[in-house]
Design a binder for this molecule. Structure first.
Ligand code: C5P
Length: 306
């Protein structure tokens, strides 16, 4: 059941993302890696409520899955987002934020970035700022590579360090099964391992034609075969037991499998809703992952809900 919204509050729902493709170039001078990625928003949501607070006061309270792993000080990305928005457009405001987590922390699903995007949308509404999407996107890009996508959702091609977006030509609704791990992976550590493995492909990473054609055609089987993540070998060397998770899901009939982002969540594509139910039951009964969740994509980015 959804908790009652405080009369003065704004509630925002924000989805997790998976990367259908993640192609990584050699590190830039600022340490970030140039990417060609396809983001895809899936129906696994965190919720954020923003309520008024005195000028300059920003607090956050976190409940739900993995809540104990989320910082509640000024390093929290939602707090940083609200502060940054106030600094730019509403210096006389503050906000009391509460986040209900469902997206696993450090799971490769951009849960922290989702909370940053949700705070931007919620506070912009709370403070009645009449901002263009472009203005929010610019602040989002300052906050993190995945924050702009959490604002827009859908299926989008990301470049730069992931923050530059164009919508992908994509058709269809896809059924995903997400296998969560007991313990998260640190994104910088996975990128570091990627560099150590020397797995640098081209300086200008690109997404395959096979994947873009599969999306354009709405062809789930072709999409399953084209899923592709350059960070997967790095994630697998840091967490070798993920190999068994991937193999088990494929043996159980998944059309494809990919570690999402820097992992450790594994996303399996199923051919239909019933195939996804069967796959999630099969994977759960193997007892090799913390939790198995079904989700569909694409879905909208961060939105105010009433
Ligand atoms: O942008 P964000 O704060 O999400 O990035 C977290 C970390 O992931 C960065 O500090 C960097 O180590 C790594 N990263 C990267 N290249 C990217 C995106 C992230 O090396 N394109």
């Amino acid at each position: 059941m959804v908790a009652a919204l405080p009369p003065t509050g704004v509630r925002v729902r924000v989805p997790a993302k998976i990367n259908l493709a993640l192609k990584v170039g050699p590190p830039r001078e600022d340490g970030f890696h140039p990417l060609a990625t396809v983001f895809h928003a899936v129906s696994l949501y965190d919720e954020l409520i923003a309520e008024p607070a005195p000028a300059g006061e920003f607090t956050v309270e976190v409940t739900g899955d993995d809540a104990e792993l989320v910082p509640t000080d000024d390093t929290n990305l939602a707090v940083r987002a609200a502060r940054r928005l106030a600094e730019a457009y509403a210096p006389a405001e503050g906000a009391r934020l509460s986040i209900k987590k469902t997206i696993p922390v450090a799971g490769g699903l951009a849960g922290g970035s989702a909370n940053g995007a949700a705070a931007l949308v919620a506070c912009a509404e709370l403070w009645a700022l009449d901002l263009e999407q472009e203005e929010l996107l610019a602040l989002a890009a300052e906050l993190g590579s995945d924050v702009p996508f959490a604002l827009v959702g859908g299926t989008a091609i990301g470049s730069g360090r992931g923050e530059r977006l164009v919508p992908a030509l994509a058709r269809g609704c896809y059924h995903w099964v997400l296998a969560f791990s007991d313990e998260g992976l640190s994104t910088p550590k996975v990128y570091g391992r990627y560099d150590d493995l020397g797995g640098l492909t081209a300086p200008q990473p690109t997404v395959s034609d096979e994947l873009m054609n599969a999306l354009r055609a709405g062809d789930a089987a072709a999409l399953g075969a084209a899923l592709d993540n350059d960070l997967q070998p790095a994630a697998l060397t840091l967490r070798p037991r993920l190999r068994r998770v991937i193999d088990t899901g494929l043996d159980l009939g998944a059309l494809g499998a990919v570690v999402s982002g820097s992992g450790p969540t594994v996303a399996f594509l199923a051919g239909s809703e019933s195939a996804a139910i069967e796959l999630s039951v099969g994977l759960s009964s193997e007892g090799i992952c913390r939790t198995v969740r079904r989700a569909v994509g694409p879905v909208h980015g961060a939105r105010v809900v009433t």
